[in-house]
Design a binder for this molecule. Sequence first.
Ligand SMILES: Nc1nc2c(ncn2[C@@H]2O[C@H](COP(=O)(O)OP(=O)(O)O)[C@@H](O)[C@H]2O)c(=O)[nH]1
Ligand SMILES: [Mg+2]
Length: 204
Amino acid sequence: MNRTQHRVELVTLAPDLSFCPESDLPELAFSGRSNVGKSSLLNLLVGRKRMAYTSGQPGKTRTLTYYLVDDRWHLVDMPGYGWARVSQVERRKWAAAMRAYLHRRQQLAAVLQLIDLRVGVTPDDRARLRELMSAGLDFCLVFTKADKVPRAQHDRRVAEHLDGLGLPPDTGVVVSSARERWGQEEIWGWIEDHLPPQARPEGE
Ligand SMILES: Nc1nc2c(ncn2[C@@H]2O[C@H](COP(=O)(O)OP(=O)(O)O)[C@@H](O)[C@H]2O)c(=O)[nH]1
Ligand SMILES: [Mg+2]
């Protein structure tokens, strides 16, 4: 299965729920703290070098960024959280906007939650995971930057990170590296399993 090229188009930037497109297309959101490797992973998944802008200035993207993928579904890049240089007031405002999106966006089919394999689950990650669970969303944990951890330690590190989170038993788990191109197929498989049938590729 070779899924390296996908048709991807930037649709819109939505600062909050009220700006999200009126489209009926299903959407999958990518969530994670700033610098977790979200842009790099998105670029890897769609086989584009620069679909999402990877930058050395974490915390710059403050909107939900909507991409149309293969004319069938919306990929929503959520703003990275946990950036230290943001005031408490701003943080609370964004947290509320993202909570509203996660709880109320009807089109949202599932979420890919990124966690840095080496750093593990931060307090902000825990807060987001609680949000996903309270919203009743299906989600997949994608452990990023796995190339920074020796391969023999991957399973143990994943088990340690999952311990005590109280995740639903059907939570997806994928170990990935944008640098080494690990995890693409598993993530695409998970995405296709979580898109409503009409949004899946033909013949599946
Ligand atoms: N070693 C390694 N570094 C990565 C990987 N993915 C991203 N990075 C680096 O981590 C930093 C943040 O990546 P970026 O994709 O912009 O993260 P974002 O803020 O979550 O969108 C950049 O310096 C990337 O080069 C990976 O798989 N392996
Ligand atoms: Mg980014």
